[in-house]
Design a protein around this ligand. Structure first.
Ligand code: FDA
Length: 398
């Protein structure tokens, strides 16, 4: 005999648990199905184990999507303040780290336990670990063929996330269901991911691995332009750190990144203006403004002599040094891919969904929420806020 529910939610991650808790607490009979053996692994590993669970400033401008207006309604209905109230009610202590990013003081486990308790308060039924073989719609009802037996439900919510970090259970389930029901998707690609460079071209920079500094980085044009001021990290294969993770979501293959390694200083002007009074060599002069290992390595990598006395160099040469630091233009050859990406860009095309409820307009009763949808946040707690907000939007509708 098939089990009967008002709603089946597939994927017990951030968005799925939030959605199940809200619907359950409204009195709906809800089943939450997940194939994983451990609950909410992505929440567990997030924020270095402390879960950056929201951002105080979270608003529609912090998201990328084919339709930048789509997220407005859900984000306004369930804001970061609403989630903070839930965190406070659950007596979870937290702190602000940087630019409005809120982290648990203790561990991500606190957020998982809170969401589990909210699901319990809504009498949510669990099927986990449980593989799903297929979903069909027959008349008004959906039937789900699951390892644990057949489940019938009036509403189905797909909350299976994106493709990032396959080793902890990410799958293309949401996109497969979209294809089955004729729902458009935007091609997925890794986001918030370190960028890599051609090995031969990167060779001069390999010795800089491990150096970090605050930079400005930009790419793209007009509406698709990304611009951030954050920390950059040199790695053996390329660039990482918050500045690069942020810009990676805006970067298009084949296009350039523009970096300013010393955004506070016009290097050429400073060197030329003070040239005759500067007794130091070029390497030591730059080391006043940046880590000395970077100053020396940078000059060598760009063909300048760190031991040359600044006073002996031509204005033209000093301008070239300044240009290299204030206007570094480089073309990545790719990214570290889904293995390292924190999120997946693209997904279910927002034009197919109701922005109030997350329901597929052409398939009544079918919903998509969270990272599966073509709404991707910046680094800094925005992606969880989208999971909570889209989860609540669907939870209030199913
Ligand atoms: P999520 O991935 O959370 O859940 C999907 C669920 O579906 C999983 O439980 C999975 O097992 C299940 N599932 C998948 N396929 C299935 C199938 N075929 N059948 C059944 N179940 C299936 N964001 C942020 O705001 N702050 C942060 O600090 C971080 N930190 C961070 C670190 C790292 C290393 C990563 C990889 C990601 C982050 N993120 C983040 C991003 C954040 O984790 C992510 O955006 C949300 O977890 C997305 O929530 P969802 O519920 O949509 O998917």
């Amino acid at each position: 005999m098939a089990e009967q529910f008002d709603a089946a939610i597939i994927g017990a991650g951030a968005a799925g648990m939030m959605c199940a808790a809200v619907a359950g607490q409204r009195g709906k009979k809800v089943v939450l199905i997940d194939h994983a053996t451990r609950l909410a692994e992505k929440i567990r590993i997030s924020g270095g184990g402390r879960c950056n669970f929201t951002n105080i400033e979270a608003g529609p401008n912090n998201f990328l999507s084919g339709n930048p207006h789509f997220a407005k309604s859900a984000l306004a209905r369930y804001t970061s303040r609403d989630f903070i109230s839930l965190v406070k009610k659950s007596r979870i202590s937290y702190h602000e780290k940087h630019k409005g990013q809120l982290f648990c003081d203790r561990s991500s486990e606190d957020i998982i336990a809170m969401l589990k308790a909210e699901c319990d308060a809504g009498h949510v039924t669990w099927r986990m670990p449980c593989k799903i073989v297929g979903i069909n719609k027959e008349g008004e009802m959906f039937s789900i063929q699951a390892e644990a037996g057949q489940i019938n439900a009036e509403k189905v919510v797909i909350a299976t996330g994106g493709l990032s970090i396959p080793k902890i259970g990410a799958t293309d389930f949401a996109y497969r269901i979209a294809t089955q029901f004729g729902i458009k998707t935007v091609d997925p690609r890794p986001g918030l991911v370190p960028l890599t460079f051609n090995a031969a071209e990167w060779q001069p920079f390999v010795d800089l691995a491990g150096i970090a500094l605050e930079v400005e980085v930009e790419t793209g044009e007009k509406k698709a332009r990304g611009h951030f001021r954050e920390d950059l990290l040199f790695t053996h294969r390329g660039l990482s750190g918050p500045a690069i993770l942020q810009i990676s979501s805006y970067w298009q293959p084949g296009t350039a990144l523009k970096l300013n390694l010393l955004p506070e200083i016009d290097v050429a002007d400073a060197l030329i203006a003070g040239k005759n009074g500067i007794k130091k060599n070029l390497g030591n002069q730059l080391a006043q403004w940046m880590p000395s290992r970077l100053a020396e390595g940078w000059l060598l990598a760009n063909g300048f002599n760190p031991d040359a006395r600044v006073a002996d160099l031509s204005d033209k040469a000093l301008r070239q040094v300044g240009q290299s630091l204030n206007h570094w233009t480089i073309i990545p050859n790719g990214s570290e891919g889904y293995r390292k990406a924190e999120v997946t860009l693209g997904g279910i095309d927002t034009r197919t969904l109701s922005q109030q409820t997350m329901m597929v307009e052409a398939v009544p009763g079918l919903y998509f929420i969270g990272e599966a949808v073509d709404v991707t946040g910046w680094l800094g707690g925005y992606n969880f806020q989208w999971a909570w907000s889209s989860g609540v939007a669907a939870g209030l509708s199913i």
